[in-house]
Every structure is written in C-alpha cells, then in structure tokens.
Write a protein that binds this ligand. Structure first.
Ligand code: GDP
Ligand code: MN
Length: 347
C-alpha cells in the first residue's frame, strides 16, 4: 500500500473519532517478531501461547525479521506452530549498522562509559532499538498490512482473547494498544526530550489536539517524566509510523545521534510519538490481555474477568496499579473507570 493521505495537519490519516468504520471479516494485520536464530527456543513458547489463546481462531499471518538469514530449523519450527501464513524477512544492512553521520569512535566510547547501565555496552541492542523505532514498519513484508501485534521471545499470554483485537482496533479508531507502562531509566535518554522539544518547536503542526502530553510530562512539556508504553507488546496501526509526522520525527532523532551516543529505546520513542501524534482516545489499554515479559505482569484484577477468560495469572503480581506503573495516570487522563478494588493492588 502507498503512503496514506497526509492532510489534516498531523500528517496522520485518521478517521474522525466519532466515525466508526465497521469491518467484516479479517483486518489486514500480522504478528511481527524480530529475532535471531538463537532466539528460537525462547520464541516457541510465546508463539504457542498466542496461538492457543487467540490466533488459532483467527489465523493471522506472522512476519519474522532478522539481521541475518533465518535458518531452516527456525523456519520449520515456527511455521509448524503458526496457524496463519509465515513470512521470513532479512533486514537490509543499511538499517542495521551505523549511519554515515555517526562517529563509530564516539559510539564505542559511549558503550564503554555506559557499562553499568542495562544494555549500555551493547552495540546490537542499539541497532535493535533503532530498527524497531525507524524501520520494521518499512520492511517489504510489512507493506500489505494495516495493523500489527509485536511478539517477543519468552513472553506469556495469561488469558483467552475471545475477540478479534485487530477488528477491535479498527472499529474503534484505536491506533496504539498496550498492556504495561513504566518510567524509562533516565540514564539511557539524557537528551531525548530536549531533542524532541526542538523537533516540536519546528513542527508544531504535527502535534494533535487532545493528545497525551499530560501523560508523559508533569510540567506541561518542560520535562519528560519517562512514562512509556512497554513496546515488547504492541498492537498498533502501521499508519502511525508511516505518517509524515513520525517519519520526520524519527529522522530528526536519528540524525541527533542518541540511538548510539546514548541508548534510546524504541519504547520511549514510540510512546512519545503516540502521545503527541495521536488523540488520547486513540490509545488503548488492553486490560484483558493477561501478559508477562520479565519482570512485569499484566493480570486482570477482576476475578470475574479472570474466570471468564481462563486466566492463569496471580492478580497480586499485577503491575497496573502499582505506584511505579504509569497506567493509573493513563486512566485519570482518559477518564477511564478503574476496576473495583484497584486500591488493594496499589503500593
Ligand atoms: P529486552 O526485552 O529489552 O530485554 O530485549 P530483547 O533481548 O528481548 O530484544 C528485543 C527484541 O529484539 C526481541 O524480539 C529479540 O529477539 C530481538 N533482538 C534483540 N537483539 C537482536 C539482534 O541482535 N538480532 C535480531 N535479529 N533480533 C534481536
Ligand atoms: Mn524482550
């Protein structure tokens, strides 16, 4: 599909929020997993659970992406589990290496200096974060799709998902869906917000009214509070990243060098963009998708929900209402009702 109409100021092609486009049948959607061949054994459990809890009834496709060619064992084992069509893509070298404007020496020095920060010394982790920010949605194999669900190795899906989440997104004009939120380690993003502010000052037209700025900043944009959607789980519209606004934002960030001279994660980058380029009601909290990625759990605290959806998680481990989570604030800003008894799970 071609880049969508970018009128309406934001550069985003969004239907008006009141207009509900009903779709019958399947949405053009796919699962997407970035992985190495060595991730296979950790990934099989993730796929099995996504299939058992959801996709065995819907048969959506699954795109696998890798900076090296997938081997036959990886392809055979994953294809055996996925009930939809599987596709295996190689990442172009330019998208998984240092761009020409980056000094490799300065990048190496950064890695040396960031040894005490999680993934601070890793080069491949930085390529990964830059790729998930700026490139996965441009991959040839992603062109046919409108929505995606990102799946990582070693995750758990705790509850049945008894409706089509992609259809839900499309019919309700949702563009970004999440399960877990938390504040980012400030040491990984010292200049991300200042770099963002510079972009916004020069591109005010991209910031939409009724956005989620209040969720990512406690002082009306002066500073970033670090709140982000944890991007190892994402159900989102590819149009968000394909938009003029996001392409320009990514270019701006990429040229500033922070993916390499700091350790910017794709989660804060995606989240800041979603918060500024989407209306707040276009972002959806999948409360009912029981989910785990080490070390945090999303487990519905409503006993009724857990029984109805055959959940296998412990509500006491749920992260949603804990003080460190940013999801309570998301409820406040969006005027969403909180489940009964949420206070008992805070602290
Ligand atoms: P974490 O969740 O932040 O601890 O990071 P992960 O190690 O889970 O990596 C995030 C995603 O990128 C996972 O889907 C990994 O399989 C994938 N990934 C990480 N590093 C590489 C890499 O060097 N090559 C490829 N192809 N995938 C990677
Ligand atoms: Mn992970």
């Amino acid at each position: 599909s071609s880049p969508k109409d970018s009128s309406k100021g934001s550069g985003l092609s969004s239907d008006s929020p009141t207009e509900k486009t009903s779709v019958d049948g399947k949405v053009k959607a796919t699962f997407v997993t970035l992985a190495r061949n060595s991730d296979l054994m950790s990934l099989l459990g993730s796929i099995r659970q996504v299939e058992d809890r959801f996709n065995r009834r819907y048969h959506y496709d699954w795109v696998f992406l890798n900076d090296e060619p997938f081997d036959e064992e990886f392809k055979a084992a994953t294809s055996a589990l996925v009930s939809g069509t599987t596709k295996y893509g190689l990442i172009p070298k330019e998208e998984w290496s240092f761009p020409e404007w980056i000094s490799e020496e300065k990048a190496a020095l950064t890695r040396e200096n960031m040894k005490n920060i999680i993934y601070g010394a890793s080069k491949s982790y930085r390529f990964m974060c830059r790729y998930e920010s700026g490139f996965f949605w441009r991959h040839e194999l992603m062109k046919d799709y409108e929505y995606y669900w990102r799946v990582e190795p070693d995750i758990q899906i705790y509850c049945d998902i008894d409706y089509d989440v992609f259809k839900f997104m499309k019919n309700n004009n949702k563009k970004y869906g999440f399960t877990i939120t938390l504040p980012e380690y400030k040491d990984t993003i010292p200049t991300l917000w200042d770099t963002t502010k510079k972009f916004i000052e020069q591109n005010k037209q991209y910031v939409v009214p009724n956005n989620l700025l209040e969720w990512i900043s406690d002082d009306n944009g002066k500073t970033y509070n670090g709140c982000h959607f944890w991007s190892n789980f994402e159900v989102a519209s590819l149009d968000l990243w394909r938009s003029e606004a996001y392409r320009a934002y990514f270019d701006h960030l990429d040229h500033s060098g922070g993916f390499f001279y700091e350790r910017w994660g794709d989660a804060p980058v995606h989240s800041i963009a979603a918060a500024l380029f989407l209306q707040k009601d276009q972002v959806h909290f999948f409360n009912d998708v029981g989910y785990y990625h080490v070390p945090f759990h999303n487990c519905p605290i409503s006993t009724e929900t857990r029984l109805k959806k055959n959940c296998v998680c412990d509500p006491n481990a749920d992260f949603t209402w804990k003080d460190y989570s940013c999801t309570a604030k998301f409820h406040t800003i969006n005027n969403l009702p909180r489940p009964q008894g949420w206070e008992k799970f805070a602290g």
